[in-house]
Design a binder for this molecule. Structure first.
Ligand SMILES: [Cu+2]
Length: 137
């Protein structure tokens, strides 16, 4: 009985969270080139040069947040954790999952889709808005 009540409450919470996140993403990121689900701390858009881009992880955002790169190209992403917390640079598909301690640097290669975007995020702080996207353009 008690379990059933907890489940119902969780379901309600989930519904409430869905409702509010769709609202905040449409109002809070109107200048974003890619619409992402949930909160996004938008530190701006940069264009890759010579097939590479530098992205800094901070507490708690990626800067730049959006990266424009040629569709179908292989992008070299130079990562640096400029924050005080450990962050990850994670992409679901094609799979990338790198963990960066404070001060750490790392280079990863990302295949840019021929159209559309690949989303990246920090596994620890995605709900704080720590996510972004690489988009073909
Ligand atoms: Cu993080």
């Amino acid at each position: 009985m008690r379990k059933a009540i907890v489940f119902t409450f969780a379901a309600l919470l989930l519904l409430a969270a869905c409702g509010s996140s769709s609202k905040s993403s449409s109002s809070g990121s109107s200048n974003a080139p890619v619409q992402l689900t949930g909160q996004v701390t938008n530190k701006g858009t940069a264009t890759a040069a010579n097939g590479s881009i530098s992205i800094q992880a901070t507490d708690f955002a990626f800067s730049p947040t959006f990266v424009k790169a040629p569709g179908g190209s292989t992008l070299t992403v130079n990562l640096k954790n400029a924050g005080q917390s450990t962050h990850t640079f994670t992409i679901d598909s094609p799979h990338v999952d790198q963990t960066l301690a404070p001060g750490a640097t790392m280079t990863v290669k990302v295949t840019v889709p021929s159209s559309g975007s690949v989303n990246f995020y920090c596994r620890f702080h995605r709900t704080l808005g720590m996510q972004g996207a690489i988009f073909a353009g």
